[in-house]
Design a protein around this ligand. Sequence first.
Ligand SMILES: [Zn+2]
Ligand SMILES: [Zn+2]
Length: 273
Amino acid sequence: MKIDFHAHSSFSNDSQAPIEDMVKGAIEKGITHLAITDHIDYDYDEDGVINDWDFDLDQYFEAIKTLKEQYQSKIKLHAGVELGIQPHLAERCNKLIKQYPFDFIIASLHTVDCKDLYNKKYFKTRTNAQALREYYDAYYKSVIQLDDFSVLGHLDLYLRYWEPLKSEPIRPYFDQIEMLFKHLIQNEKGIEVNSGGYFKYNLMSNNPSDEILKFYKSLKGEVITLGSDAHTPEHIGTLHDENLQLLDAIGFKYVCTFEELKPKYHSIKSLLY
Ligand SMILES: [Zn+2]
Ligand SMILES: [Zn+2]
């Protein structure tokens, strides 16, 4: 069994890869459980212009259904979404969550104070401490309003985009991260280990960092998924085995997949050996 629970296709605004190419790419890499998690990001800031990142979900579910049947002997395909959350979007997000039968929902905070982290303006008008406090505050305020989701996406995403934060100690923000994690643990939700930053942003680390993973473990967090955040077939499955080993070394017992928004637990030891 080999898992990738974070992958994009051309249904996302930032991927050109046809969904079937992603499925075939996953099969070539030996992935047995794949979640396609295309972007829906309402009120998304594109360099000062606010737009919805959206796509035709009926077509999406149709495509997934067809591919699921076509490749069922080779791979188990899951219908996911990477949902961009912001505190003011709860109602729209909750409507979407109810409307479609997702297996898996990644709740990701790409935008803080209506500024997309990717285009860096957010960081230029704040100290490092303010940037981090506001980020985790917005994450918490967004997440507690969601009726359902599966995991939080790339928890320390800002490390991909703002170099000075790489040397900022994270421990002073553990009070805020703890609030987030307690909410997850109480509701059987989790986090993902996202390896997408390795090659795309030369991060040399997952999101979140090992330090945050260890903190999650220390609070008895159990629900964890693996995702490459691939936008092209060649990045599917990035560091799959290495990250299983990492989780095992930290003391996690399970890695999860999701069906109909419910976690299924797979023993890490049995996947490794
Ligand atoms: Zn993302
Ligand atoms: Zn993504």
